[in-house]
Write a protein that binds this ligand. Structure first.
Ligand SMILES: NC(=O)c1ccc[n+]([C@@H]2O[C@H](COP(=O)([O-])OP(=O)(O)OC[C@H]3O[C@@H](n4cnc5c(N)ncnc54)[C@H](O)[C@@H]3O)[C@@H](O)[C@H]2O)c1
Length: 320
């Protein structure tokens, strides 16, 4: 049986990716320090599967973990990082050095492997934020769009810079690598501090009026089952040393339109408006060009936004 090590595998993407690997008859090893601290009924369920192995630990304590790790993983996926806008802003220095160190140790584990096929690094769509700010971006955005930096005093941008640095570390490692740039995945178990769970929570009351921040921002969203389908395919296929945008190119929707859609699907008829003032440094638009993944995958999974929102809403109703 082939083995995969997923570092940060107890989080949102890691949980869904673990399930996919188990379904495809892999032995899954998850290393995670459980720093998200949210309900973990689902991880408990996964642990009942004899092919799922959970190692509780912080990869930053690499020297103490070595004995618990194997040297015959086919794939190593690094999902662990300091993430989340508030978390990043409050720990901006840690983001710079810990995200690099996490990836360094993950790459050290990869270098010890006897039959590694690929090391997979999760970057972010935020790495295009500097190019957007400097008017150097095209929409939809291709992977080879020029990457540009921003003002160094900006705390939020430490996340983006740590991911650019992480991509560069991978390319210099001499290992077979795959870089994923996720674009707004959503679905069950994604935590609370993302736009869709935030809207579900804020609209769930009897008030008639709702004033939104940054309602003019434009995004495309990708349901987690579709994302995992694409990612699994990219991991196990033969292509190496490539960067892929993973997400959906359509529909492009404003946050105001999204809020209205969620309100219409699940809540009472509220009057939703957006404030004109710009509140943070969040990118005004994100839309990936997904030509590269379309070339690889015969049939792009494409769950409709309504179906995906429904599934997400049902999960949040049950667990939160
Ligand atoms: N969810 C998205 O749409 C999205 C978008 C862009 C980028 N990404 C990237 O994908 C990756 C996974 O995202 P996610 O949404 O699943 O995040 P998540 O926070 O749900 O999962 C990350 C996991 O890593 C673990 N972790 C963090 N530091 C660790 C450490 N030092 N040692 C061991 N475990 C540690 C956490 O406990 C958590 O379970 C992240 O690197 C993120 O930057 C995700």
């Amino acid at each position: 049986m082939k083995k995969v090590l997923i570092i940060g595998g107890a989080g949102f993407i890691g949980y869904h990716l673990s399930k996919k690997f188990l379904k495809k008859k892999y032995k899954v090893f998850v290393l995670d320090n459980l720093s998200r601290k949210h309900t973990d009924i689902e991880i408990k369920d996964l642990r009942k599967n004899k092919n799922y192995n959970f190692i509780k630990g912080d990869i930053l304590n690499f020297n103490n973990l070595k004995k618990k790790l194997n040297n015959d993983y086919s794939f190593i996926v690094n999902l662990a990082a300091i993430v989340g806008v508030d978390n990043v802003i409050n720990n901006s220095y840690d983001v710079m050095y810990k995200n690099a160190l996490i990836n360094h140790f993950a790459l050290q584990i990869a270098k010890k492997q006897k039959r590694l096929k690929k090391f997979i690094f999760f970057s972010t769509s935020e790495i295009y934020a500097g190019s957007l700010k400097n008017n150097l971006i095209k929409f939809p955005t291709k992977e080879n769009n020029l990457i540009s930096l921003v003002e160094f005093k900006n705390k939020r941008q430490t996340y983006m810079i740590s991911k650019i640095y992480g991509e560069m570390m991978c390319f210099q490692s001499q290992l077979p690598i795959l870089i994923i740039r996720p674009h707004n995945f959503f679905g069950p178990r994604m935590g609370k501090s993302h736009v869709i769970p935030e809207l579900l929570s804020k609209l769930n009351n009897k008030k008639k009026k709702f004033i939104l921040k940054n309602g003019h921002h434009q995004r495309t969203f990708c349901y987690i089952d579709d994302a995992v389908e694409i990612i699994f395919f990219l991991i196990v296929n033969k292509n190496k040393n490539t960067v892929y945008n993973v997400g959906q190119q359509k529909p492009v929707i404003t946050i105001l339109e999204l809020a209205k859609k969620i309100n219409k699907l699940f809540f009472e008829n509220k009057n939703i408006k957006t404030e004109k003032k710009i509140f943070d440094h969040s990118p005004i638009k994100r839309c990936p060009d997904i030509t590269l993944i379309k070339k690889e995958i015969k049939k792009m999974p494409n769950t409709s936004l309504n179906t995906a929102l429904n599934k997400t809403f049902l999960w949040y109703k049950k667990y939160l």
